[in-house]
Design a protein around this ligand. Structure first.
Ligand SMILES: [Fe+2]
Length: 431
């Protein structure tokens, strides 16, 4: 992996529009590790599948996404033994343009029905030189989620991904800010290659952050062009009309991926969709609810205070989540780790969500190291270190959350806490 210098033009663009996309830098960040670039392997041809990643679709299907430099078939062949592909599925191909950049051919194929908790071997575009394997999530609890936001493309990202890869997780949840491409589209390709070893093996379920917006007034006014083209999430299956917010059930957990950078007011499509989504939840099937946002609603770091995506989205939607009995709200954006007590409307509440900021994946901007003093009582644990989290949901009543710090390249369990589900607490009203 080579060290790269970001083009000056795009650095200027990124700086000029940083305020526009909500990336306000008002504090001193410690030195980040260097950016990395992941070039295409020399042995690849223009039709070799690259940047392969998978995501869950419905109860028993998976979407396979990959890119080829030139035209190739959107076909996936798969089976439960290496080299034996008893089934196949065909999907669609698209591409996009952004300023002077034209993407490769982006292929999107849904395979299934698949058995739960099963390893499948697959190849893309009938390319026999690259066989991939994925494991489907379990149909029943327990399940283990890896949770990490603000990944980026740095040496710290590498360390975080190594630790996640060693954890034998079932599904990754990413609360926004993926590549930090920030208008430089080939960095999206680099990010796709960096995460492929993990993202081709387990479903990566993502939502967007401010670094995915990539809107430039007049020049490129459509937001989320690269994100929507490259990371198609299963929004249609949950009744959403936007790739920017959706939900799904996995094992005994209902996961809601919200969009901090699209409309969230009470008269917005997202708000109405969320209301309807809560109305469909059967706590007998999914006793746990996890919600993912990007800009945290609770935050005692001095970074990213007072941003509308935090303050106004919380004002609009916190009551909905409280009334539904959402167990966890994970956020990114602030480049640090912070865990709050169960909290609603600024006050500790035993029937409210646990809010956790996990924006410490490894981005190029460095850590957010300054905190409010004294520590507000609702903030239980806070630390500006890179790392990732793991949520093990064991059964209908118990789950354990662990935050792993990247400490000099060694993963260290720094914060471990057990939780009981709100649906198992007779004192709490849930949907
Ligand atoms: Fe962010």
């Amino acid at each position: 992996m080579a060290v790269i210098k970001r083009p000056v033009l795009f650095f200027v663009l990124a700086t000029v529009f940083a305020g526009f996309i909500g990336c306000v830098v008002s504090y001193d960040r410690p030195p980040p590790r260097k950016d990395i670039s992941v070039p295409q392997a020399e042995e690849f041809s223009s039709t070799s599948p690259q940047q392969v990643h998978v995501s869950l679709v419905g109860a028993d299907k998976m979407r396979i996404s990959w890119i080829t430099e030139s035209s190739a078939s959107p076909i996936v062949e798969y089976g439960t033994s290496p080299g034996v592909y008893s089934k196949s599925a065909t999907g669609s191909t698209s591409s996009y343009r952004y300023l002077l950049y034209t993407s490769g051919e982006i292929h999107d194929v849904v395979i299934g029905p698949l058995n739960p908790n099963t390893v499948y071997y697959y190849r893309c575009s009938s390319d026999s030189s690259r066989e991939f394997r994925l494991k489907t999530p379990p149909a029943q609890l327990p399940i283990k989620f890896a949770v990490v936001g603000d990944l980026g493309l740095t040496g710290w990202t590498n360390t975080t991904l190594e630790h996640i890869g060693q954890s034998n997780y079932d599904m990754l949840l990413l609360p926004g800010d993926l590549a930090y491409a920030d208008f430089v589209q080939f960095l999206w390709d680099s990010f796709g290659r960096l995460v492929e070893p993990l993202a081709s093996q387990r479903p990566w379920m993502v939502t967007q952050g401010n670094h995915e917006v990539e809107r430039i007034p007049v020049i490129h006014s459509t937001p989320f062009t690269a994100y929507n083209a490259r990371w198609h999430m299963p929004f249609e299956e949950s009744g959403s009309t936007s790739n920017l917010y959706y939900s799904f059930d996995v094992a005994g957990v209902h996961v809601i991926m919200l969009g901090s950078y699209t409309d969230f007011d009470p008269d917005s499509d997202q708000f109405k969709w969320l209301q309807a989504d809560f109305g469909k939840i059967n706590r007998g099937i999914t006793p746990w609810i996890v919600a993912i946002i990007h800009a945290p609603w609770y935050n005692t770091n001095t970074a990213h205070q007072g941003e509308p995506e935090s303050v106004l989205m919380k004002k609009s939607m916190e009551g909905l989540l409280y009334n539904a009995g959402v167990d966890f709200v994970f956020a990114g954006h602030v480049h640090a780790y912070e865990r709050f007590t169960r909290v609603y409307n600024g006050t500790a509440d035993n029937c409210a969500s646990v809010h956790i900021t996990i924006g410490d994946g490894g981005n190029r901007e460095g850590l957010a190291s300054k905190y409010m003093d004294p520590t507000p009582e609702i903030s239980v644990f806070r630390e500006a270190s890179f790392g990732h989290g793991e949520l093990k949901v064991l059964n209908a009543t118990h789950a354990v959350w662990t935050w792993y710090r990247n400490d000099d390249d060694v993963s260290v369990a720094a914060d471990t806490v057990w939780f009981t589900s709100l649906s198992s607490d007779p004192a709490c009203k849930v949907v």
